[in-house]
Design a binder for this molecule. Structure first.
Ligand SMILES: [Mg+2]
Length: 151
């Protein structure tokens, strides 16, 4: 698998875009990242809508729609990673921590799924829901998330 984070960091440094090694608030570029994120999300949503009707089109069109969905998905990944790297956030460490937490969702062979199919942490969802309700669904993030220190 490609190392998306290293590739994006390399791109940003080649083109003189901020990509600090440690957390650093870089407000100047945020507006541009937000604009690109909005644009790429819109393009991905369109590609996904087109892909959802794949069974209704001929082979050539199906091939085009598959390629478009893959391309727009990678565009979106690039922009999200770029935004995080632009602020010096520990994307690799956070990814590893979240991946480990996701793998731990299967405990003793038990997998808990929400009604829509999302895999939940066994025995944790009830507590998380109660915490969110009592905190008024605060969007504030701790400085230590998934065991990864953020600046
Ligand atoms: Mg795009």
């Amino acid at each position: 698998m490609s190392d998306f984070v290293a590739a994006r960091r390399d791109f940003m440094r080649r083109f003189d875009l901020p990509a600090p090694d440690a957390p650093r608030f870089e407000p100047v570029t945020l507006a541009l990242w937000q604009t690109m994120l909005t644009e790429e999300w819109g393009e991905f949503a369109t590609a996904l809508a087109d892909y959802s009707t794949l069974a209704e089109v001929d082979k050539a069109e199906a091939r085009r729609r598959r390629a478009e969905l893959a391309a727009e998905g990678v565009d979106l990944i690039n922009v999200v990673i770029g935004l995080l790297v632009s602020q010096g956030l520990p994307v690799d460490a956070m990814f590893d921590a979240i991946h480990s937490a996701n793998l731990a969702k299967c405990a003793n062979g038990e997998v808990v799924r929400r009604a829509d199919g999302k895999i939940m942490a066994a025995g944790r969802q009830g507590r998380r829901d109660r915490r969110r309700r009592s905190a008024g669904r605060s969007r504030a993030r701790p400085t230590l998330k998934q065991g990864v220190a953020i600046g």
